[in-house]
Ligand binder design. Structure first.
Ligand SMILES: [Zn+2]
Length: 324
């Protein structure tokens, strides 16, 4: 069988590398000792937003690892567990845990994107869930300081209304990275790559709260590892291609006006505005075309249902074409 973390061949459960990353080597079974919690407190989780988004309806549970056993925890645990979302408005919702796991693995394995450790796991009753390790929790349970870009741009429900995390542009995030991160240029290039990744893999829900800065032990700000990556088009097909605009007034650019969606020109313009060298920006864009066959094979070898595999691959192909 395949490792439920990285898909390599294993006898059972998780390979050693994944056990190390996720569980500090503990032999954690790939099946939890409890059933999926009854979602009787949905109102608490479902945001009152007019925009239907996967992040607005996904349930998140806190998990603590104790003596090799994963337990539900009422406070801030070391892990976040996301079961199949209960929202009837979503399409293909049974595939949501694997969609997130697969997308995170593609980011890490093909694009070297720094990601939160993650895997697929099952409840006792067989239902799948996505599990991810919190990178802001230290081994002793204390926390690194983390601030997302809704906080960093002072946007709240109060100041910008219910859709506050969708107000703003990726350019704005980049400008703040420049301001706060000491090694700004590598961080900006990583951020730029992640914006393209989200576009190519149809993550239309990469809003202000899905990017963060984190402070290390010496108090320096770093770009936090990527989290919440998934191909949201699989579940919310009518959502816009990106959660935020690339830069102000980009829809009036020549390319967007002609085609009605972003293309290579728009990403090159974003890079120019962020001060990323043109040849480097071009190289980052070109990465997405070079591994196309291997990525398709990887998607086909994932735990997605056959229907969703086809959809995932076809959306990926369409988007790669746009940025060539
Ligand atoms: Zn593995």
């Amino acid at each position: 069988m395949n490792c439920l973390g990285c898909y390599t061949e294993v006898k059972e459960g998780y390979c050693l590398k994944c056990r190390k990353k996720l569980f500090d080597k503990a032999r954690v079974p790939a099946v939890l000792l409890f059933d999926a919690p009854k979602a009787d407190n949905l109102a608490e989780f479902q945001e009152h937003s007019k925009r239907l988004s996967i992040s607005g309806v996904q349930l998140k549970y806190s998990i603590w690892l104790e003596n090799g056993e994963l337990k539900l925890y009422d406070r801030n645990g070391q892990y976040i567990l996301k079961p199949v979302p209960p929202a009837k408005q979503l399409i293909n919702f049974d595939d949501a845990p694997e969609n997130e796991h697969l997308t995170m693995q593609i980011a890490e394995q093909f694009f070297n994107i720094d990601t939160a450790a993650n895997a697929l796991i099952h409840f006792k009753d067989g239902q799948p869930a996505y599990i991810t390790r919190r990178f802001d929790v230290k081994p002793d349970g204390s926390k690194y300081m983390q601030e997302d870009f809704a906080q960093l741009t002072n946007r709240t429900k109060h100041t910008h209304g219910e859709t506050f995390k969708y107000e703003g542009t990726y350019e704005e995030i980049g400008i703040l990275i420049k301001k706060f991160v000491a090694a700004a240029m590598p961080a900006l290039e990583k951020f730029f790559q992640l914006v393209i990744f989200n576009y190519v893999f149809s993550n239309g829900d990469a809003h202000l709260k899905n990017f963060s800065l984190i402070r290390n032990d010496s108090g320096e700000y770093l770009l936090a590892p990527a989290y919440d990556l998934m191909s949201t088009v699989i579940h919310t097909p009518y959502e816009s291609d990106t959660a935020l605009d690339l830069y102000a007034d980009d829809i009036n650019s020549a390319y967007y006006s002609a085609y009605g969606h972003y293309g290579r020109d728009n990403f090159m313009e974003l890079a120019r505005r962020l001060g990323i060298v043109e040849t480097r920006a071009a190289r980052i864009l070109d990465q997405f075309n070079t591994n196309k066959n291997e990525i398709t094979e990887f998607i086909n070898g994932s735990f997605l249902s056959e229907v969703v595999k086809k959809l995932y691959v076809s959306c990926f192909n369409d988007k790669v074409k746009r940025i060539q």
